[in-house]
Ligand binder design. Structure first.
Ligand code: SAH
Length: 478
């Protein structure tokens, strides 16, 4: 195949990033905006030796799983890679992805994989409601799946070509901002907040951040919504030390129903990491509160908290079930964030130790234990792969009954895995947001005395390609 060549193909599979994969005379093409089962006409935009990339020109015959994307920005945004595919098929895609990683990277035999069917969302479960007055075809076979499930959104601010202040999202893999009124995954109330900020910027002639020039003030607006409490937190990420007339904006934002916290986060670095280290609180408190099951949690702007509150409850329920606690166990919760899983476990354990790298999250964790009347937890700030080996050195022969790990995408550090094996927990519960690194780490653990008992994918991110998985491992005797 050559560049600009026109081709026809049937989409047989999808890449991990959600690009359709089709073949032409044995040559593999990746084609964005296509769905498994589509027959398409496309144009080659890049041709390598054994594979290439095509642009969709025309859907010749739509896939039975194709649905009309609900969001007008679905294609340029690229945040919802699976939006053109019905929800049932999205779920199957994710299950296949986890299975594929366990087989290819983990080296587990396909026939013996203890995979449970993925836990998806049901129609009507979206945390923040469906789009006002509009039916998204709920409950129908071609149900496009849930929107408005996210409790956290981060909108970049900038200027449009014609000079207006805009907010929206970055066009897929770039840093140019596409203007959007709201993200369909977020809470509908976000819009009012964003408009209030934009009007304030115009009124006081404040400059949004220009990434290329590294000039201007307002970079991002981060919004967190409490699902059970309705509490809202707004954090403005700025390239500066303060926000001129900030108290006026804070007062306006505090008038929005549910608003409990307005803050600034200082980020003056030339970086695409959204949050900086320092916080300035303008009004209200420094956190929102939300609940999971019977527990209350305080969440500050910088802390990690699962973005899909409805699915989080299902995920943590599984983690608790897999931990198999009786009330006496010593448990470690590594990568514990604000102690969400730790406190869930503490209700049924003897003692829970949590380890987390972000100091603000540990402050939340300690506070969260206190407000829930839980006294059998202890938290450490630091890298899990350093804290646990150091603890083990100080407590030679120290054992744990159950260990839970919930690392970021890059998975567990090797030093951590080695120490875990030495501490010989009876069970390990691995919560993962990246099944490729999960499979790699499981290969190590299963080569060092553990058996794979259960693999439970959970769909935390409908419309997107990512999938969460919770795994139960148990120690083999002898
Ligand atoms: N278990 C928590 C958080 C999981 S997200 C929950 O369910 O809410 C992963 C967490 O790991 C984040 O809070 C992140 O700040 C933290 N983290 C990232 N790298 C780390 C490291 N090397 N050591 C310890 N914690 C780390």
């Amino acid at each position: 195949m050559e560049k600009n060549q026109i081709f026809e193909t049937v989409i047989e599979d999808m890449s991990e990033n959600g690009e359709g994969i089709g073949k032409v005379d044995g040559y593999t093409l990746f084609i964005k905006d296509t769905v498994i089962g589509d027959r398409v006409q496309g144009k080659v935009i890049k041709a390598k030796k054994s594979y290439g990339f095509g642009r969709l020109l025309k859907v010749l015959e739509p896939s039975p799983w194709r649905v009309e994307p609900a969001c007008p920005s679905a294609s340029p945004c690229g945040g919802c890679q699976l939006q053109a595919m019905s929800y049932g098929r999205q779920l199957q895609f994710k299950e296949d992805k986890v299975r594929g990683h366990l087989i290819r990277i983990g080296g587990f035999p396909e026939q013996q994989l203890p995979m449970e069917p993925i836990i998806g969302m049901e129609p009507g479960e979206e945390a923040f409601g469906s789009r006002a007055g509009e039916s998204l075809g709920r409950g129908e076979a071609g149900w496009p799946g849930p929107f408005h499930y996210r409790n956290k959104s981060q909108y970049p601010f900038g200027r449009s070509r014609d000079g207006r202040i805009i907010y929206g999202f970055y066009a897929g893999r770039t840093h140019s901002i596409i203007e959007a009124e709201e993200c369909l995954l977020g809470a509908p109330a976000d819009r009012k907040i964003l408009e209030t900020v934009r009007e304030f910027m115009e009124e006081f002639a404040l400059e949004p951040y220009d990434e290329e020039a590294h000039r201007g003030l307002l970079r991002h607006v981060l919004i967190r919504n409490g699902y059970h409490t309705g509490e809202i937190l707004v954090c403005l990420v700025i390239n500066g030390k303060s926000l001129p007339h900030g108290s006026i904006l804070a007062e306006r934002l505090m008038r929005i129903p549910g608003m409990v916290s307005v803050s600034l986060n200082i980020n003056r670095e030339r970086t695409n990491v959204i949050l900086g280290k320092d916080m300035v609180y303008l009004a209200g408190r420094s956190y929102i509160e939300d609940r999971i099951g019977p527990l209350r949690y305080r969440i500050s702007p910088q802390s990690f908290f699962q973005v899909n509150p409805v699915q989080t409850e299902k995920l943590y329920g599984k983690a608790l079930e897999f931990a198999g606690l009786t009330g006496r166990e010593t448990v470690w919760d590594l990568y514990c964030g604000i102690g969400t899983i730790s406190l869930f476990l503490a209700q049924r354990a003897g003692k829970v130790y949590g380890v987390e790298i972000v100091p603000a999250a540990i402050e939340n964790a300690v506070e969260n234990a206190r407000i829930n009347g839980i006294s059998n937890t202890e938290f450490f700030t630091g890298r899990a792969e350093e804290v646990l080996p150091r603890w083990y050195e100080a407590h030679p022969g120290g054992k744990a009954d159950v260990m839970v790990v919930d690392p970021p995408r890059k998975g567990c550090g090797q030093a951590l895995l080695e120490t875990m094996v030495k501490m010989e927990p009876v069970r390990i519960v691995y919560v993962s947001c990246d099944s490729a690194t999960l499979a790699r780490d499981l290969k190590y653990l299963c080569g060092n005395g553990y058996r794979l008992e259960k693999v439970q994918p959970v769909d935390m991110f409908p419309q997107g390609v990512h999938v969460e998985t919770v795994v139960k491992l148990s120690r083999q005797e002898g």
